[in-house]
Write a protein that binds this ligand. Structure first.
Ligand code: SF4
Length: 234
């Protein structure tokens, strides 16, 4: 981590009321444990509103420079299922809500149509949807590791407040942030992993599924979602 990133990181913890941080030496066991991009710290009696207030007009990482709106997250605060994507795109940045563009429409269809076919009375508003980073990366590039780590604290807090029965990681960036794993989505999808004891299903990001040659992936994503929905709502 360079000097600027370290300064942003420390000021972030100060905002949370943490004044002293200790550097932990790595043991052999820790060095073999996959690192996630979500630093684990949540204040007591946290709420989504408090997190939103703490974000404020956030300038903790370089992504603030190109954003129009911070995209915090949307949905049911008591959701049993949370979807985590990568970061806002152009439509999300303009409107301030996650997954409202073409990929978002596909996600809504996937959730509602799959649930309806499986006999589960579920609408998009019943789940919670958010991203690893809350500001749009320039040219929709993948967020950098330091951006994911700085902003990841908000995601950590969101998930800790909601405490869903399961999380669905949409795409490689979300999987990496939550699970610290480097495998591609193709290898991880359809399988259960764990984030802080909460089961995580990894599947494709809906924007990947929009590409016309990815029909097979679309079918697989539907299977993954079916598995997640039955696990949570049966
Ligand atoms: S991406 Fe997150 S940490 Fe970076 S400026 Fe936006 S809200 Fe702050």
């Amino acid at each position: 981590m360079d000097r600027d990133s370290l300064r942003q990181y420390l000021s972030f913890y100060q905002d949370l009321g943490v004044s002293t941080l200790y550097r932990r030496l790595k043991t052999e066991e820790q060095s073999q444990t996959p690192m996630t991009a979500l630093p684990g710290l949540a204040p007591e009696n946290d709420t989504l509103l408090k997190i939103l207030e703490d974000i404020g007009d956030c300038k903790r990482c370089r992504l603030h420079a190109g954003r129009n709106k911070i995209v915090f997250g949307v949905g049911n605060e008591q959701a049993k299922l949370v979807f985590v994507g990568e970061g806002p795109g152009a439509d999300e940045d303009a409107q301030g809500f996650p997954f409202v563009g073409r990929a978002g429409q596909l996600l809504t269809q996937m959730i509602e149509n799959t649930a309806s076919k499986e006999g589960i009375p579920l609408k998009r508003a019943d789940v919670y949807i958010c991203n690893v980073v809350k500001c749009r990366p320039p040219e929709n590039r993948t967020p950098e590791p330091d951006e994911m780590e700085i902003c990841g604290q908000f995601l950590y807090r969101q998930l800790s407040v909601i405490k869903p029965k399961a999380i669905c990681a949409l795409g490689a960036t979300a999987a990496k942030a939550l699970l610290g794993r480097k495998e591609g989505v193709t290898r991880m999808r359809g399988n259960w992993f764990k984030w802080n004891e909460i089961p995580v299903m990894v599947t494709y990001h809906p924007s990947y599924l929009l590409r016309p040659y990815n029909q097979n992936a679309k079918r697989e994503a539907w299977e993954d979602l079916k598995k997640a929905l039955h696990f949570v709502y049966d």
